[in-house]
Ligand binder design. Structure first.
Ligand SMILES: [Zn+2]
Length: 156
């Protein structure tokens, strides 16, 4: 591994351990020329996952795309980026547990909604309105009413 300080190509590993989730191995290395230490991570190459869209087309599972949807839904809401990334990770894990390596985009949407519902009502409704593309305003209002009455009960 090339040293990030002096570009020398030889080093020794001084420490090697699994990360908390055991999905990666973290190695501390020491450059044999300048003696500075740096860290490398080793990951298992992820199994590719395909998303089946509504029209039947497939596209690769795209973390960024899903995260940007979550960020949009959480705009100006008291939800930190870490929380949003956590939602994404949970959804990704749930999806990867399935062995057939294909998942319907609607299933991903449902999973995100499930998680957002627990975190922030407004973000949930926003996400749901985009994802489910509420066919009629009535259905949307019904969902909203449910949430509003819940809010009222909370503030009482
Ligand atoms: Zn070096």
């Amino acid at each position: 591994m090339k040293c990030p300080f002096c570009s020398y190509k030889e080093d020794k590993v001084v420490d090697s351990r699994a990360t908390q989730e055991e999905s990666a191995v973290r190695r501390r290395r020491e450059c044999l020329r300048c003696g500075k230490r740096f860290t490398t991570y080793e990951y298992v190459e992820e199994v590719s996952l395909m998303v089946i869209k509504k029209d039947g087309r497939r596209e690769p599972f795209d973390r960024k795309k899903i995260l940007s949807g979550i960020i949009k839904a959480c705009e100006k809401r008291p939800v930190g980026i870490e929380k949003m990334e956590e939602v994404l990770t949970q959804v990704e894990r749930a999806v990867q547990k399935k062995s057939d390596r294909e998942v319907a985009s609607s299933r991903i949407g449902e999973l995100v909604m499930e998680k957002l519902k627990v975190i922030d009502d407004v973000a949930y409704v926003r996400f749901a309105s985009v994802y489910r593309q509420f066919k009629d305003v009535g259905q949307f209002m019904l969902e909203l009413k449910d949430i509003l009455s819940k809010e009222r009960r909370k503030s009482r």
